[in-house]
Design a protein around this ligand. Structure first.
Ligand code: 0X9
Ligand code: CA
Ligand code: CA
Ligand code: ZN
Length: 419
């Protein structure tokens, strides 16, 4: 029994690597897939600088807690990290990690047992259609453009007189840039439902809807998130589905690729793409946000880009560890820290500048602020510490609690958008 379990794990591992590193199979000098299977490691005593260094080997920091980083690395990358002096614990093969998560197989395209409460892409689109048809006066669905594989990227607008572009502060909530971060889609759907279902009964909700224009984009990366559930078992997929996949959150056009905060290796998890905006999904986000410039003024005043996991409230910049730099005065930084701290107080997350986690370039925050002066935050949702890939796959019974947890923070940002 034990050996058959191990065999299943090896098969899963090999299959998974073929998906995670599709190019290696065609390069003859490469070691066999099993030998280069990525594993999950624990690395103690890290800081932003060393975590950025970890990412630069091609490995990837998945979460951080009290300086202890959870890292995904291939054996080569792990060897490089050890040579650089990092104390890596014993790794868990990614196939084994996924197998532990994938305890039951779903029908293709559905979420596996225990995860049925999550919305697939089709279910998300249907939910947005239902919200718009139930609340035609305050909710309208459209599309910001198409993904690489041709799926629409839907957006829901919520406001009184929803068919008109009124002079009200606009606020953007977007989710699921990263495919496996499915809890974020549920976060956006909660926002969509709360500000429509609550309109008739909740005076605070009515006040927000009447005085703001709220944009909700639940799935920025529809190809990636569909792929992650396509087989009926989770794949641990992060990027979009353009060739080997581009990390959408390294493909935005503010100081793209500037600062060692992304990779030029198409197989890396933080591959920045061939050029800024080379991913259709980020290009669609850019065009949508640019389209909100009316009479020379950006209408979107504030935004949250939801991710998982680590329970963090992050603000710009990501490309530099400096607080104050080109495009960020002390006063502006202080406002980010004040509002970020207030939101973190409400949900129990840890507030910090995004580069305190690790340096990134080409992420959404840097562009939204650097280009448009949008008060933009990234939330890393539940859990605080997932141990590895499992942190991306909490069971559906946490959805209600872990999305409701951000209601007050969302309200704070809606208020601040009018300041
Ligand atoms: O790496 C990312 O894109 C985000 N973390 S995740 O685990 N969801 O992939 C964080 C982006 C925030 N920016 C910086 N940390 N600089
Ligand atoms: Ca309105
Ligand atoms: Ca407007
Ligand atoms: Zn993410």
């Amino acid at each position: 029994m034990f050996s058959s379990r191990r065999k299943a794990a090896a098969v899963a591992a090999a299959a998974c690597l073929a998906l995670l590193a599709p190019i290696s199979a065609s390069v003859s000098a490469e070691p066999t897939p099993a030998a280069q299977e990525p594993a999950i490691y624990t690395v103690p005593n890290t800081d932003s600088t060393s975590r950025t260094e970890i990412n630069r080997t091609g490995a990837q920091v998945l979460s951080v807690r009290d300086g202890v980083a959870t890292v995904e690395a291939t054996p080569d990358q792990a060897q490089r990290l050890r040579a650089a002096g990092f104390a890596l614990g014993e790794g868990t093969g990614i196939g084994e990690a996924l197998q532990r998560i994938n305890r039951g197989k779903a029908a293709p395209g559905d979420f596996p047992p225990g995860y049925e409460g999550y919305h697939t892409y089709d279910e998300t689109v249907a939910e947005l259609d239902k919200i718009a048809s139930d609340h035609p006066d305050i909710a309208a669905k459209s599309s910001i453009g198409k993904s690489f594989e041709g799926r629409d990227i839907p957006v829901l607008k919520i406001s009184d007189n929803v068919g008109q572009d009124e002079d009200e502060p606009e606020v953007l909530f977007d989710c699921n840039q990263h495919a496996r971060e499915h809890l974020t889609t549920e976060m956006c759907l909660r926002i969509a439902n709360r500000f429509t279902d609550g309109y008739a009964s909740d005076p605070a909700v009515k006040d927000s809807v009447d005085n703001r224009e709220i944009w909700v984009i639940p799935i920025v990366n529809p190809d990636g998130s569909s792929y992650d559930v396509e087989s009926g078992e989770f794949q641990g997929w992060r990027k979009n589905r353009q060739d080997t996949g581009t990390d959408l959150n390294r493909n935005w056009g503010y100081k793209w690729g500037c600062c060692g905060g992304s990779s030029d290796d198409p197989n890396a998890e933080d591959y920045r793409g061939t050029a800024e905006w080379s991913a259709p999904e980020t290009a669609a986000m850019r065009d949508f946000i640019n389209s909100r410039v009316v009479g020379g003024t950006q209408q979107i005043k504030a935004a949250i880009d939801f991710h998982t996991y680590s329970e963090l409230v992050l603000w710009p910049f990501g490309h530099t560890q400096d607080d104050v730099t080109e495009g960020m005065t002390q006063e502006e930084y202080d406002r980010f820290a004040r509002v970020g701290g207030e939101m973190a107080q409400s949900n129990g997350y840890t507030p910090q500048q995004s580069s305190d986690l690790y340096v990134t370039d080409g992420d959404s925050l840097d562009w939204m602020w650097g280009q448009h002066k949008i008060l933009a935050y990234t939330f890393e949702m539940y859990p605080a510490n997932g141990g590895g890939l499992d942190g991306f796959y909490p069971p559906a019974d946490v959805i209600e609690k872990e999305t409701a947890r951000n209601d007050a923070a969302v309200d704070i940002l809606l208020r601040e958008a009018g300041a």
